[in-house]
Ligand binder design. Structure first.
Ligand SMILES: Nc1ncnc2c1ncn2[C@@H]1O[C@H](COP(=O)(O)OP(=O)(O)OP(=O)(O)O)[C@@H](O)[C@H]1O
Length: 867
């Protein structure tokens, strides 16, 4: 074996150096020479050959081989760059035809400056200030006075809601807000209510921030989910300031849940647990997608059986009818009597079905400083701006109709708008038809991909086709090189590859290709970013199961390639199959595996919200939603770049509640007035929760029935008490509940405690023959098919209680009782220092209040399960 040349020896010199070894030291290497363990003579190292030594044949061969490799690598690199350039050209060409530009964004976020990119660290951390904090901060010089005023309020720490028509620069201003927060070193999170809106402001979705998935479940389920993950909890705890864009698309329930979750996780009774809230949006634009009646779940106990009940006037203690606000339905969580005699207990919780976030108590609690931006930046044509403002408010007079009829004169005539318009349609079907037409124009070879559908449960199997008939990932997907595509899944949120991202297919990659380089400009191998990290191993929908589904999908395809897509964000990605699961109920799920792509020459109006476009074709024939026509018509920068089809005054609609809300903002009058106090967050936490004692000390014990809610304060109103004495208020102030003398006033439903609920559920479970007695619960496999919600609930509750009891017993009351059971606590809020209303409270009684002395023993009542 040869020793490496030591660095002290020059590798090449003009003269041969004198060897530092003697001839006697040189022992030629002979492979036959073996070393025996008994050989006592010290083995001398083989000396390195000097530069004058002749190279061996093998060495020459090796060098030659290396040189060849280098040449090959160089040639490949050259080819790669050429291929890359070609792909970029193709992508740029195809996207720019539609007015999209490729913006090469670096990975992560530049915290100071543009605020571009995703979250640099793990998603778990709020964006905390970086060490290179800019010394000086000044708003962008383009900011208007209104925009500067918003920044001042943000700086002051107020909860701010800024609103205004489309194009007044709300998203633009949010970027300025993040620059300001960076400067102030105030940890913040930038979120939006949809993936595409989040992409516009380089943020994440509000769901992703909160760690609540779709957020449809009851508050206690979501709370549990967050508490079980240290990372998710850390995000909530570390965020000082929460930014939410496109708040108009946030369902009212989601806003309510986030408020309560914020309080519970941050252990503070302040709205959203004391975070500063900066929300922006225009409620005249598209509203949140309404929840189907069959999908509604109880916010308190996650029961799926809700029934509509008559408005009992005693529960409507605020004035709203005088303003013309239509009364909202009340849904009550009720029992289900099963055919076999068992009962799945409902908790009796009632809530009013509201659509918009501003209709909730959570909104009222936040006491937003409402700031309306009025200067429109997207358009500069004064008549166009005035027309859009009328349409925003649901007004369409002759002047508007005439103006809109003359729009789009230059489009397609080779004038100053030479890009192909992006067509916007209200319905997905029309979008699909147009995409197919454009697709057929491409001369490239078409590849077809068939979806793989699967189901769990007998019922799911019977409705598989029906349930998957209208989902966006199509059953048969045809793609070609050069096709414009839309991503249908959040593949890499940090790098802006989210549901709605636009790109072009620039190449085909062999399915068996080895993982490619992870250069910034190279395709990221899908395994790194596309694998959905879902728990559950081989279970239906679990990670292993998804991998298997992807393999089965691949076996089904006739072609063995994946598309390489170049996105408008400047990133490219090999797109592999993705699986979507739709839960019908606990035991039935349908799933589709397909490439998460859709052709995208045309877009739905929903997907276009928040975008500015230079050339648009607006097709309004089948407009079905309030605000839809306004969103479509306000996307284009110039009237000459917008061609309108199917316009009639009837498509211009504004939601009456939104109109009332904005009138209140304009007149500085209260929207709703309420005497209902904010709900106690503990109404949504089971009383066997391990942290219940600690939480009770912060929030107090809930008393009385939970009001059905939805009583909202006016923008700018301070407290409910002040609302009634506000002399400036121009509305009839009704402090007394409205009681209809003719109506039979139904009594509010009795309060059902968690224990009763649990007992009822247990009875139902045992009654249904689930197991013989309560003690058998611990052996229950809750994942076994055939178990209904109640039994799962009961069995899991049993587990929680027994775990907590075991932990308590283990500690033998020698350690602080609450922290014993608080296995999920972050550790900085033990019994000795708890946070009440955002203020750290020191517990008295211990030496120097620091909690280092012996803790007082505390007798804790033994908890029993229902019966
Ligand atoms: N102060 C400003 N100076 C110059 N341009 C601005 C200013 N504010 C916003 N803009 C530009 O106006 C256009 C529209 O802005 P932006 O998308 O932020 O509006 P928006 O209110 O969020 O619209 P939408 O409600 O449709 O989402 C963008 O091109 C943006 O760069």
């Amino acid at each position: 074996m040869l020793q490496p040349i030591t660095p002290t020896k020059p590798a090449t010199t003009s003269r041969a150096p004198t060897p530092s070894w003697t001839k006697a030291d040189f022992v030629p290497f002979s492979p036959s020479r073996t070393m025996s363990s008994t050989d006592s003579s010290p083995v001398k190292p083989f000396p390195s050959p000097g530069p004058t030594q002749r190279r061996t044949k093998e060495e020459i061969e090796r060098k030659k081989e290396e040189a060849m490799q280098r040449l090959k690598a160089k040639a490949e690199e050259k080819k790669r760059l050429e291929r890359q350039k070609k792909r970029e050209q193709l992508a740029a060409q195809s996207l720019s035809k539609f007015g999209f530009k490729i913006t090469v964004a670096s990975a992560g976020i530049s915290r100071y400056g543009t605020g571009k990119g995703g979250v640099k660290k793990e998603d778990s951390d709020a964006r905390s200030p970086s060490p290179q904090k800019p010394k000086e901060w000044a708003p962008d010089e383009r900011c208007s006075d209104e925009q500067r005023a918003v920044l001042e309020q943000v700086k002051a720490g107020d909860n701010v809601f800024f609103t205004g028509s489309a194009g007044v620069g709300k998203s633009f201003l949010l970027k300025e807000v993040t620059r300001l927060l960076d400067h102030l070193e105030r940890p913040y999170q930038v979120t939006a209510t949809t993936g595409i809106a989040a992409l516009q402001i380089s943020g994440i979705t509000i769901h992703s921030f909160a760690g609540i998935g779709l957020g449809k479940e009851a508050i206690n389920v979501l709370y549990d989910r967050i508490k079980r993950s240290k990372e998710k909890e850390k995000v909530w705890l570390n965020t000082r300031c929460l930014i939410i864009d496109e708040v108009s698309m946030s369902p009212a329930d989601l806003f309510t849940k986030l408020n309560i979750l914020g309080k519970l996780i941050r252990k503070s009774n302040l709205p959203f647990g004391g975070m500063q809230l900066i929300v922006s949006g225009d409620f005249f634009q598209l509203p949140p997608v309404p929840e189907a009646f069959s999908d509604m779940r109880c916010m308190r106990c996650d029961h799926t059986h809700l029934t509509k009940v008559d408005l009992h006037d005693a529960c409507v203690p605020y004035e709203e009818r005088a303003k013309g606000v239509p009364p909202a339905d009340i849904m009550r969580c009720t029992d289900i009597v099963k055919r076999d005699g068992g009962i799945i207990a409902g908790c009796g919780f009632e809530r009013r079905i509201r659509r918009f976030a501003f209709e909730t108590e959570a909104w009222a609690e936040c006491n937003f400083l409402v700031m309306e931006l009025t200067k429109v930046f997207r358009q500069d044509h004064p008549v166009f701006i005035a027309t859009l403002e009328k349409i925003r408010r649901g007004i369409c007079d002759d002047e508007c109709t005439r103006f809109l009829a003359n729009c789009g004169a230059e489009l397609g005539k080779g004038g100053n708008i030479d890009i192909q318009p992006t067509n916007l349609y209200p319905l997905r079907k029309a979008v699909d038809d147009e995409n197919r037409r454009e697709f057929e124009k491409l001369k490239e070879q078409a590849y077809t991909f068939q979806a793989l559908d699967d189901s769990r449960g007998a019922y799911a199997e019977s409705v598989l086709g029906e349930r998957l008939a209208n989902v966006p990932p199509s059953k048969t997907l045809q793609l070609k090189k050069g096709a414009q595509v839309l991503l249908l899944a959040n593949l890499d949120v940090k790098n802006g590859l989210v549901n709605g991202s636009r790109g072009v297919i620039v190449d085909w990659v062999d399915r068996d290709a080895v993982p490619l380089d992870s250069d910034a400009d190279e395709p990221v191998w899908p395994g790194q970013t596309q694998r959905k990290k879902s728990a559950g191993g081989g279970m239906f929908g679990g990670e292993e199961w998804r991998e298997k589904a992807a393999e089965l999908w691949a076996d089904k395809q006739e072609v063995e390639v994946f598309p390489l897509v170049y996105f408008a964000t400047g990133r490219q990605l090999i797109i592999r199959p993705h699986t979507w699961c739709i839960d019908i109920d606990k035991h039935n799920t349908v799933a589709r595996t397909q490439l998460p792509l859709q052709l995208a020459w045309a877009l739905t109006i929903h997907k276009s919200q928040g975008q500015s476009l230079d050339a648009v074709g607006v097709r309004l024939t089948s407009t079905f939603e309030k605000g839809q026509a306004y969103v479509a018509l306000s996307r284009c920068r110039k009237p000459e770049g917008m061609k309108i089809d199917g316009f009639r005054p009837g498509v211009v609609m504004a939601h009456p509640v939104v109109t009332i809300f904005y009138d209140c903002i304009k007149n500085k009058t209260p929207f709703f007035i309420t005497a209902v106090p904010p709900v106690n967050p503990l109404d949504f936490v089971p009383d066997f929760d391990p942290l219940i004692d600690k939480l009770t000390r912060i929030f107090g014990r809930p008393t009385g029935p939970i009001p059905p809610g939805s009583a909202v304060l006016a923008p700018g109103q301070k407290k409910p008490a002040q609302a009634y004495v506000n002399p400036g208020a121009q509305v009839v102030a009704p402090p007394q509940p409205y009681v209809n003398p003719g109506a039979q006033v139904a009594a509010p439903p009795p309060r059902v405690g968690w224990k009763e609920l649990l007992a009822q559920a247990a009875d139902a479970f045992i009654g249904a023959g689930g197991c013989a007695s309560a003690t058998d619960w611990k052996d229950v496999d809750v994942n076994k098919p055939g178990f209904d919600d109640a039994s799962v609930f009961t069995a899991e509750a049993y587990r929680v209680i027994s775990q907590a009891t075991r932990r308590k017993r283990k500690s033998s009351y020698s350690a602080p009782p609450a922290s014993d059971v608080d296995s999920d606590s972050t550790g900085n809020d033990t019994l000795d220092s708890i946070i009440i209303d955002g203020v750290k409270q020191e517990k008295t009684g211990g030496p120097s209040g620091g909690g280092k002395g012996k803790k007082a023993k505390r007798k804790r009542p033994r908890k029993r399960v229902g019966h």
